[in-house]
Design a protein around this ligand. Structure first.
Ligand SMILES: [Zn+2]
Length: 277
């Protein structure tokens, strides 16, 4: 049984502030170790649950966060950018389940640690066919299009609410309780490890019974940016439609295209953005 683990950093236990997640900041090196320990705890549970092959996709920022020297020696690691498919790069129908580890709530969620949707400076809201999605929802849909169900996620209690609302039978390991955007009450580390291993074991051992979320046949990607100039920048993308001062729409033929066009549109928007104002 093949399992795909996409590992982000904002939802890792002990990680609460920008200083913990940005390379060069004081907490970042410790966060890399915490993230690697969480992946190892989940990997252990996956093997206990019947997994025979595991791919771990490093998915935060430059995607070179995991400490390979400390990573479980049995897994395949996808490390580094640039790549298509973003956080679920190379996932295909040979996988039996997707685990979204260290994830977080979408931008604008109240009482959610480091809430954002891909780029906190750029994206205010992302929708597909009118439904607002965070990274949990979008990654789940891309996997579902390949026939791979999302079986588990981990992060704070705000992520749990978002994940359960989108996919009610996903297993969730809540490793910290959000007390604000930059504050959380974190589980004791040993309890956290046990919770991750046990949740992964349960999710993987029941993976064959889990269904994929419904995938729209003709998905329309809608992005509302944080500033009008960002939407201006996207007007250079062929066939894009401006539907509001800060909002654009792009008709796609698949969720894979949604994922890739999100990146292309966001990059075009970013060229028209001055971070000083
Ligand atoms: Zn991240």
């Amino acid at each position: 049984m093949k399992i795909f683990i996409s590992a982000d950093l904002e939802g890792v236990n002990g990680v609460v502030s920008p200083g913990d997640i940005i390379p060069g900041e004081p907490g970042y090196e410790a966060s890399r170790i915490l993230m690697t320990e969480e992946v190892n705890a989940v990997v252990e549970g996956c093997f206990q649950g019947g997994a025979t092959e595991i791919t771990v996709c490093d998915s935060h920022e430059i995607s070179q966060n995991l400490r390979y020297d400390l990573l479980d020696e049995r897994v395949h690691l996808i490390s580094g950018c640039t790549r298509d498919g973003s956080m679920v790069h190379s996932i295909d129908s040979t996988y039996d389940g997707l685990i979204l580890l260290g994830h977080h709530a979408m931008f604008g969620t109240q009482n959610a640690v480091l809430d954002h949707t891909y780029d906190q400076y750029m994206i205010r809201e992302l929708k597909v066919n009118g439904t607002a999605l965070g990274e949990f929802g979008l990654n789940s849909l891309v996997a579902a299009e390949k026939g791979v169900p999302v079986i588990m996620t981990s992060g704070d209690d705000a992520l749990e609410r978002e994940a359960k609302a989108f996919c009610s039978d996903v297993e969730v390991a809540v490793v910290k309780k959000a007390e604000g955007r930059y504050c959380a009450k974190c589980l004791p580390k040993a309890d956290c490890r046990r919770l991750l291993t046990e949740t992964a074991r349960k999710a993987v051992s029941t993976a064959s019974e889990r269904k994929c979320v419904d995938v729209p046949a003709s998905p329309v990607l809608e992005i509302t940016f944080q500033q009008t100039c960002m939407a201006d920048g996207t007007m250079r993308v062929k066939d894009i439609r401006r539907t509001g001062p800060m909002t654009v729409e792009y008709a796609c033929s698949s969720m894979v295209e949604v994922m890739d066009m999100r990146q292309v549109i966001s990059d075009a928007a970013g060229e028209f953005f001055d971070r000083r104002f």
